[in-house]
Structure formats: structure tokens, C-alpha cells
Design a binder for this molecule. Sequence first.
Ligand code: GDP
Ligand code: MG
Length: 610
Amino acid sequence: IPIERYRNFCIVAHIDHGKSTLSDRLLEYTGTIKPGDGNKQVLDKLDVERERGITVKAQTCTMLYKHPKTGLDYMLHLVDTPGHVDFRAEVTRSYASCEGALLLVDASQGVQAQTVANFYLAFARGLGMVPVINKIDLPTSDVERVVEQLRTGFELPVGENGEGCCLVSAKTGKGIGDVLPAVVEKIPPPTGDPKAPLKMLLVDSWYDNFRGVVLLVRVFEGTIKPGDNLISFATGNKYTVGEVGIQYPNSTPQTMLRAGQVGYVFFNPGMKRIQDAKIGDTFTNVGSEKVVEPYPGFEEPKPMVFVAAFPTNQDDYNKLADSMAHLTLNDRSVTLMKDHSEALGAGWRLGFLGSLHCSVFQDRLRQEHGSEIIITEPAVPSKIVWKNGKETIITNPADFPEPEDPKFRHEGTVYEPIVNATLTLPEEYLGRVIELCEAARGTQVSIEFFHGTQVILKYKLPTASLVDDLFGKLKGATKGYATLDYEDAGWREAQLVKLNLLVNKHPVDAITRVVHTSQVERLGRQWVTKFKEHVDRQMFEVIIQAAVGRKIVARETLKPFRKDVLAKLHASDITRRKKLLERQKEGRKRLRTVGNVTIDQSSFQKFLSK
Ligand code: GDP
Ligand code: MG
């Protein structure tokens, strides 16, 4: 098949608008997969993605398609894109390997936040756009409204009666036959010279036990075949190609990949470390480094949400270490550092792209370890810019300076990460949503009325507000109608302080948080009340306080055992202590001491779980 008959495309959609279902239908339609053979959602490969109905990694699937009008065969590469906003960077990368996109909109929902944000991303890359309106089988579908949104909102060449749009039901299969002719006719073919030196973009990668790191690539110029010697521009490493192929729908070896194709490559010997596969890297033939101009590459996404994880029992440290290593092997976007907490012992600090990414990972850890693991509350990083221009990024709240620290007081300015957020909602909820965004310390950027009753609202919001479930609150306030999309927007100065929980004057490092001054009172109150509930009484009075530096903002007292009980207990207390010491010797170190107070690990666990 000549390059003029290749098409590389992706699907631009809001989550749940039917991207995976439509992909399956197209694969069935072209006979790439058998209909209804339980091979549902071929592109959502990782189990966790299937479970949560989200796509985390870009996958591709090749289809062969005979165009009914011309009778010619086409090779279509459908590149799947991650469905959640935390993976925005991956979406951008996937777009870089395509010439076009299906702009998929749910007929009953209309254009939503991710439709808007992803449309502009795809538009900025100059992708050819095929509008597809899905779920026309639903009684609540309003095709006319969506057509109007596409016409006036996105200025797409769509007729008043939906001419130029594919109207489909990915569920029933209605209208599916119109989609691929539109792909062939409206999306330009790739260009590139198969005889030129190789120029290949690394789009994604994953680890395979047998083959090493497998690369998902887009060949822009030249040809790649087994035995070729390649060099990476990013690392300078050289490799010999072991196998090339396409996903059809599973890995299918080919004699070569040519300019214009999207496929997979692995090396022989295999690439060992996923870190060596730099997404956005350019590869060429050894010897052609001088003549090939590499792509600019992509920015590495920064972790934006951090948690610390500790084994409930320190004896499980190695077991947990193994599964951490296993879980991060295929998810390069998780950062992993050793951490130590006075209250919880040895553990790890983990960084994620966003709150969903974080909760997906937590789910996986919990599936494997259940109650054997304690995870601290998610927190965003903060940054201190010093007078001399130096910067400190703080990912562990315990490292945040106290307000009394003289250097910090005189020379430090605090910044917090913020996002550019796009929200869509029906107009009737506008007041309520603005209130929530303002309460979340957002600053409004724009309001746009998007065809009739739908509003597109842009805000700069603290990343911390997303971790505090702003989205949940928005959903609650709008009967579920509000949608949200966001991308990293750098740092903004903020009045942040470190809130400590003190137990008999001693800070509990695992519970420390960096918060905005406006939250101090409320959170402090909440902490002391909740902590009191979960900590066992001691032989003496325990004072639980929330404090910012030396300033106490909330306090509770946990009374000691009553005297008479104490008297009776006295004898047995000694044996109890002995038992305890023995238990510790056995290595069952569930009890921890903070200051002079003994706290069961399960108290932390209960305190930290919602
Ligand atoms: P994605 O998040 O964009 O990948 O969306 P999915 O393909 O997972 O679809 C989300 C939900 O919408 C699923 O429950 C699908 O069964 C349903 N769905 C997808 N297409 C249609 C359709 O054409 N009609 C109806 N009624 N439901 C659909
Ligand atoms: Mg999906």
C-alpha cells in the first residue's frame, strides 16, 4: 500500500463520550477483530484501565480498509489517546503521530470541557478534523444542538442539518459505515520519503518481560527493518533493531516499517530500562545523525500530587518494595523516592501527574497489600524562592520551614502550583460554580456562552483545590452537569503555612500538611477532633494540638484512664509492657512512639483514611 493510502488518526473526545466503544466498532467493521468475541475495548490494554474505564497509555491499532467508492485498500492507524486530564502530556504526544482526528461528541451531552481543550490542542497541531456525533440512539440525544455547537463554537465546515458530520451510535453500530470514508476523504495522508535516512519519533513505550522495552513509534522519513543500527538523539545510545511490526490488533511482525507508518519496534539485545525510552525522542540510522534534524522532543510531565506510603508492619518493607518496583516499571510518570517518617518508619514518597493518577495507583497498591499499607493524604508540592534567586521545591510537607525560621521569614517567598482549568456547565449553575471556584481561590480568566445554554468558563485554580476534590463539589452543585479539564500553568505566589499536629507537644510528621492560611482554623479543628477519636487512652493525659509554628490553632485533651482502673491495672500493666517489648522483638513493630505517646499504626491508618 503506497503512502498516499495511509491515514493516521486519533479520537478527540470528552471522557465517556464513546471513544473506546467507537474504536471497537471500527476494528470490527474492518474485520480487525471479530464482533462480540469478548475482546471488548482492545485499545484499553492495562487491566486498571479496563477497570476504571480510562485509558492511560497511548495504544495504536492498524486496520486495513477497502474504500467502497474507489475499491482501493487503505492502511489506517488509529492511535488511542489517554482519556483523563492527568495524562494531558500523553495526549499531546499522541497527536504528534497523527494527521487527523475524529472529533467525537456525545449527542445527549454536547460539547464538554475535554472536547474543548482537546479540540484546541488538535487544532493547534493542524490535524484534519472529522466531526462524529455519537449516541444518537439515546432518547435524550439532541443532534441539532451539537451540530450548532460544532458550527458556531468550533467553526467547523458542518451544514445546518449536520452535513459533513457522521451521525452514529457506537453502541448499535448505526452510521458506523460513514466514518471510515470520511477518514479517508477528510484526513490528509502522511508525507515522507521511504528512501531518505530514517527519522522516527518515539510516541510511547512499555516494558515487556521477554522483549525488553517496546517502543511505539511514528516513522516520518525512511524505513526501518530488523538488523538496522539506530541511534537515539536524546541519549546517544545505539541499538540494533530486533523486530518491527504493527498492532493488528496484537503485535504482528512486519518486514519493515516505512515513512508514514505507526508501529512498534524492539531491539536485540532489548532496551533494558524504560528510562532510556525518552518519549518525543528522535531515532535515526547510525551514520545519519549529522544529516537528520531531530524533533524538539516533549517536556517531561512533572509530578503534581505526592503521597507517602509505609508498610503497616516494617517487616513487610521488602515485599512492598518489590511491588512498588513492579508497579512503576510500566508507568514512567510515577516518581518514587525513599522516605522516612518518625511516626510511620521507612517508606516511600510517590509523585503522580494528578489526583486520578494517584488514586489509580493507590487502588493497585491496596489491591495487593490491603490493610498492610498506610498512605498519607495527597499533597501538592510548594516552592520557595529565596532572595538570592535560588529555589527550593518541597514535596514532603515536613520539610516546609516553620514561620519562625528567620531566613524563611526574611528571604523566602512561597509559591503554589496552579492549573488553567476549562469548565463547561449549563448556564443556570453559573452563579454556584463561580462561587465554588472563588472559594477555591481561583481567578477567573474568561466566560464564554457556547451556543445557547452551555457556558465555558476558564479559571486559574490552585492545583491543591483539585486534590481537595473541587471536581466532586462542582458535580454536586450542578447535578453532575459540570465538566472540568485542566493543564499545568506553573506557579503562583500564595500564603501557605505548615500545619502540624502535635501530640503532647511533639509533631506527628506523617500528618503535617502545607495549607493556605484561610484553611488553617477549619482543618486544625478537624484534625484534633478526628485524631482524638482514633488514639487509645494512655496512662497520662494526652494533649492533641494543631499548630502553625508556635501558634496553637486547635486543641483537644484525651483523658487518662481513671484512677481506680489504673490501680487495678497496675500489676497487669507491667506484664503488658513486657508482652509489648517481646512483640517488638519478634519484629511486630505496629506500635510507634511519638514523643512519649504510644500509638498503634492502625490509629494512623484510621485517621488517614477518609
Ligand atoms: P470513552 O470514555 O470515551 O472511551 O467512552 P466509552 O466507549 O467507554 O463509553 C462510555 C459509555 O457510553 C459506555 O457505557 C458505553 O457503553 C456507552 N456508549 C458508547 N457509545 C454509545 C452509543 O452510541 N449509545 C449509547 N446508548 N451508549 C453508548
Ligand atoms: Mg475509553
